[in-house]
Design a binder for this molecule. Structure first.
Ligand code: HPA
Ligand code: ZN
Length: 349
């Protein structure tokens, strides 16, 4: 591993913003800013139960995952046309590029939209066009991961997969999100097995609020390649060893965990513990419009609150590329840029 040069504490915050990174846990519907929700509601002539952007933002006070999901699904209901999905993803990618995100793997929730009569091709084509344009215009690489809603049935997931079948060249993988408690991963074992046969990458949310058993199940029953969140793994020593030995990445989202009360405060976050145990942890924004910050805000706030080091910064950015589903050639290119950024900061310090 690259010997990380010394960087002074005040410069570390700048370095966190400047370093190239991959974002692997971002729900595109969770990037919908209140301003865009209002603009789309107006464009689509839809009523909103909030008087203003400020009133909507004030409703963003959550006590757990479900209290957030209720508002998140309501916000997503303004998305109707391909251009709406395009505008949402294009806005996120422009914002991510400002945070020096070199590569993003973007989650989307088709069942939320299908239930409102929106065709899955409207969703996927809009998002995919935004990814293509962002690559051409901003130089950012972006791919799509279709998430199944775990509070819905296995049959609904299979039906969604069927509808997505003609569009599978536009997605790189599938995931599992929504209400975790009471919805263990094994309910979707057959759907994930089918997705694996289709050559899709597999990830799942597990161990955000749910117990370590859900992480075991995601690994052994769904055969996922990454765990989204996974912070509850620290309560199971055997699981920690498994995650470290198999280099199973965890896509950790510090501000999300803080806002959904997974930890009492950001200072109590266990990111350092995960890194110290040798896990391939990464930092991500989850639902940045709802949780108070995009990826750089997640980095700077969790570092300030928990006293992580320049070495941890390098490791987290390196892990994000290693954990991605990008080509090996792209990974080597981004790792090279990462080293250059650290060397430049050390020289200028
Ligand atoms: N957890 C589960 N489902 C979600 C989340 C999350 O953090 N964000 C959007 N859907
Ligand atoms: Zn998530």
């Amino acid at each position: 591993m690259f010997k990380v040069p010394p960087v002074s504490a005040p410069r570390l915050q700048e370095l966190l913003r400047a370093m190239p990174k991959a974002e692997l846990h971002i729900h595109i519907e969770g990037s919908l800013e209140p301003e865009l929700i209002f603009a789309l509601a107006q464009r689509n002539d839809l009523p909103l139960p909030y008087a203003s952007v400020e009133a909507l933002r004030q409703a963003y006070a959550f006590s757990n995952l479900q209290s957030f999901l209720d508002i998140y699904y309501a916000g997503a209901s303004v998305l109707l046309h391909e251009q709406d999905f395009y505008d949402m993803a294009r806005a996120y990618l422009a914002r991510a590029a400002m945070d020096n995100v070199a590569h993003a793997e973007i989650f989307f929730d088709p069942q939320t939209h299908i239930a409102r009569g929106v065709a899955i091709e409207t969703v996927i084509n809009g998002l995919h066009r935004a990814c293509a344009d962002a690559r051409a215009e901003l130089g950012i690489s972006a791919t799509l991961i279709l998430c199944f809603l775990r509070h819905l049935s296995e049959a609904s997931a299979f039906e969604t997969l069927e509808q997505a079948q003609p569009l599978l060249d536009k997605i790189v993988g599938v995931g599992l999100d929504s209400s975790e408690l009471g919805h263990p991963p094994e309910k979707f074992a057959r759907v994930f097995a089918r997705c694996r046969e289709l050559g899709l990458h597999l990830v799942a949310h597990a161990g955000e609020e749910g117990p370590p058993a859900y992480i075991w199940s995601a690994l052994d029953m769904l055969k996922v390649e990454r765990i989204d969140h996974g912070v509850q793994a620290v309560h199971d020593a055997a699981l920690m060893r498994r995650l470290a030995q198999d280099r199973i990445p965890l896509t950790v989202c510090p501000l999300s965990n803080q806002k959904l009360c997974v930890f009492p405060s950001l200072a109590d976050h266990n990111l350092r513990q995960l890194l110290d145990a040798g896990l391939c942890a990464t930092v991500n924004s989850d639902d940045p419009a709802y949780f108070g910050g995009y990826i750089n805000e997640n980095f700077t706030q969790v570092f300030a609150a928990t006293g992580l080091t320049p070495r941890n910064a390098y490791q987290l950015a390196f892990n994000s590329f290693e954990a991605s589903f990008a080509s090996n050639a792209d990974k080597r290119m981004w790792e090279h840029r990462l080293k250059e950024t650290f060397e430049r900061f050390a020289e200028q310090d």
